[in-house]
Design a protein around this ligand. Structure first.
Ligand code: RIB
Length: 332
């Protein structure tokens, strides 16, 4: 079943070169990888694909270069069936790239060179106003220029359109931008960077839920904190929730947060409560870490719902009868 609310993603788009290694090299050290792949990436593009495979109609507004890397990105998005009409080519800047190292532990390190992503300026937001005001939800990330994020938040908020901000990586956005975020989606490091949480390295899901509660209204309209293998928490004016992640073997955590955020956006855009969207997004993230890469690791809507233990109506999955329109196998 497809969602009805349109998600507009103002997104970074990169092509990822990923090396798989036993462990991270020390400064000055040369090591050999045991695997390599080139694939579509960029937090915005990843989140757009995640929302799309979760069933939402998605427009991705992005900028790429007039280069072969850009051709590869467009071809990959087309393979997913995601519309590419709002992606323009910059004549001089190259398509954004990310150099990624993934260790056998599943952890990664990422260096992004923004390239054409930096051409996604506040003027582009103004030019795309009609698309923004007709959306159910607008989503962006910290990889875009701060002035663009601030302008997008203002335009969406003025129009009464739900604004979801994944502040990854942390960026010095204006206070009204954070205040409009509904939700602000951050991991624990990003949370601390905006004043949610403490310096303590470890905290339980319940402690993080309390931190999120304290940030509602003070920092953002609502708050989601992702906590990796532990799961995620959320708080809004309506309440606060924890969602524990299932225990899985993580082979590559790259883009799992994007899978989470895109899925969360898709289900919020179709009117699901934050509590339910959180639970489904945690399931999507747990599925994503079990395969290599980003967009190719995102499971389809039926598998994600099944992993969340929910059917299409948001009711608990009935193991005997199954969900109403899903006859596939459970994947987690
Ligand atoms: O979140 C993962 C993404 O971060 C990668 O795809 C990379 O391109 C960077 O944007």
């Amino acid at each position: 079943m497809a969602a009805s609310g349109r998600v507009v993603v103002f997104g970074s788009l990169n092509v990822d070169s990923t090396s798989y290694v036993a462990s991270f090299p020390e400064p000055g050290e040369t090591i050999l990888s045991h695997g390599f792949q080139v694939a579509l990436g960029g937090k915005g593009s990843n989140q757009a694909v995640a929302a799309h495979v979760a069933g939402a109609p998605v427009d991705l507004v992005a900028r790429i270069g007039a280069d072969a890397t850009g051709d590869f990105a467009i071809a990959t998005l087309a393979r997913f069936g995601l519309p590419t009409g709002a992606i323009a080519r910059h004549p001089d800047a190259p398509t954004g790239v990310a150099q990624i190292t993934v260790a056998d532990s599943g952890e990664n390190s990422i260096i992004v060179t923004g390239g054409a992503n930096l051409a996604l300026t506040p003027e582009v937001v103004d030019a795309e106003r009609a698309r923004i005001v007709s959306a159910a939800l607008v989503l962006t990330q910290g990889e875009l220029p701060v002035a663009t994020i601030d302008r997008l938040a203002a335009v969406a908020d003025d129009a009464g359109v739900r604004f979801v901000l994944n502040l990854a990586p942390p960026a010095a956005v204006a206070e009204p931008t954070l205040a409009a975020a509904d939700p602000l989606v951050v991991n624990e490091h990003e949370a601390r960077a905006v004043g949610v949480g403490t310096d303590a390295a470890a905290a339980s899901l319940d402690e993080w839920r309390e931190h999120a509660v304290s940030a509602v209204g003070r920092i953002a309209r609502s708050v989601v904190v992702t906590l990796g293998a532990a799961g995620a928490v959320a708080a809004s004016g309506e309440g606060s929730w924890t969602a524990a992640a299932p225990s899985v073997d993580a082979v590559d955590t790259t883009g799992a947060g994007d899978g989470f955020t895109g899925t969360l956006a898709a289900f919020l855009a179709e009117g699901r409560p934050l509590e339910e969207a959180l639970r489904i997004a945690v399931a999507a993230g747990a599925l994503a870490v079990q395969a290599r890469g980003t967009v190719d690791a995102y499971a389809p809507r039926d598998a994600v719902l099944r992993a969340a233990g929910l059917d299409e109506a948001g009711d608990a999955w009935d193991a005997a009868g199954g969900a109403a329109d899903d006859a596939g196998d459970a994947t987690a």
